[in-house]
Design a protein around this ligand. Structure first.
Ligand SMILES: *Cc1c(COP(=O)(O)O)cnc(C)c1O
Length: 250
C-alpha cells in the first residue's frame, strides 16, 4: 500500500528531525538506506519514489531478482549490499552494488580487489565492526578495527568510506548507545591516521529499534526496514545465521 509506506516515511522523517534537533545536527546529514529483505520490488519502488533511492539488500540472489524486476528504473536506484557476503558471491555483487557495507574479513577484501581489478572498477565499502560483543554477529572486533583498515587500505580498488555496525539487540538503551559511541570513537581514531584511500565519511548504524540513538551518536546512514515497510514474515535468522530475530524485542 503506497499510502502506508508514505505515512511510515513521514513518521520516520519526524523522528529523524527530533533526534537531530536534540544534538544539533541537520537531517540532511542522515541518509536513509532502505533495508529491503523480504520486501517485493513494487513496494521498494514506492519508497524510492518518495526520495530514498538507496536500497540495502542482504542476499545476492534476492537483490538480483529485484534488480531485474526494476530494470526500467535502474537509473534512479542505488544498491548497497548490507548482508553477510560469501566469498563465492563477490563477482556478482561487483556487478550491481555501488557500496558494500559489510566488509568483515581480509579474504573478502582480497577477492573483491582482485575482481575489481579484473573488471577495471573501484568500489565504495564500509568496514563492519562488531560493537555489540555478540558472537552471533559478524564484524571485526573493535580492538582490531584500526589494524584491519590499515591492511585493507593497501587494496587500492576499494574506497574505504567508513564503518558499519549492527547495534546490540536489547532495550537496555545505555548499552545500545555505548556500542554506537564506540563506533564513532573508532572512526575518529582511524581518521586521525590519515591513511591513503580511507575517508571516514560514514557511520552506518541504527535500525528500526534504535535509529534515534544512532543519530544522536553521529550516524550518517541509518538502515530502515520495518519502520518503513512494516513487520517481516520471514524470520531474520534466514538472513543472519545464528540469531533469532530483530523483532524479538517487541
Ligand atoms: C534487516 C536489516 C536492517 C533493518 O532492520 P529493521 O529492524 O527492519 O529496521 C538493517 N541492517 C541490516 C544489516 C539488516 O539486515
Amino acid at each position: 500500500m503506497a499510502n502506508l509506506i508514505q505515512h511510515n516515511i513521514q513518521q520516520v522523517q519526524e523522528r529523524i528531525a527530533h533526534a537531530c534537533r536534540r544534538v544539533g545536527r541537520s537531517p540532511e546529514d542522515v541518509q536513509i538506506v532502505l533495508a529491503t529483505k523480504t520486501v517485493e520490488a513494487g513496494r521498494i519502488l514506492k519508497a524510492t519514489r518518495l526520495g530514498y533511492p538507496i536500497i540495502g539488500e542482504n542476499r545476492v540472489q534476492e537483490a538480483e531478482e529485484k534488480i531485474e524486476q526494476l530494470d526500467e528504473y535502474a537509473a534512479e536506484l542505488q544498491w548497497h549490499f548490507i548482508g553477510h557476503l560469501q566469498s563465492n558471491k563477490v563477482n556478482k555483487v561487483v556487478r550491481f552494488a555501488s557500496m558494500i557495507q559489510s566488509i568483515d574479513r581480509m579474504k573478502i577484501v582480497q577477492k573483491l580487489n582482485r575482481r575489481l581489478k579484473k573488471v577495471d572498477k573501484t568500489m565504495d565499502v564500509l568496514i563492519q565492526v562488531n560493537t555489540s560483543g555478540e558472537d552471533s554477529k559478524y564484524g571485526i572486533h573493535p580492538s582490531r578495527a584500526l589494524a584491519f583498515v590499515e591492511k585493507a587500505s593497501e587494496y587500492k580498488r576499494l574506497n574505504i568510506k567508513g564503518l558499519m555496525t549492527i547495534g546490540l539487540f536489547s532495550d537496555d538503551w545505555p548499552k545500545v548507545r555505548a556500542g554506537f559511541r564506540q563506533l564513532r570513537e573508532i572512526r575518529y581514531a582511524i581518521a586521525a591516521e590519515q591513511l591513503e584511500g580511507v575517508q571516514m565519511e560514514h557511520l552506518s548504524m541504527g535500525m528500526t529499534n534504535d535509529f534515534e540513538l544512532a543519530i544522536e551518536e553521529g550516524a550518517t546512514m541509518i538502515r530502515l526496514g520495518r519502520a518503513i515497510f512494516g513487520e517481516r514474515s520471514t524470520p531474520d535468522s534466514y538472513y543472519w545465521p545464528g540469531i533469532e530475530s530483530t523483532t524479538d524485542l517487541h
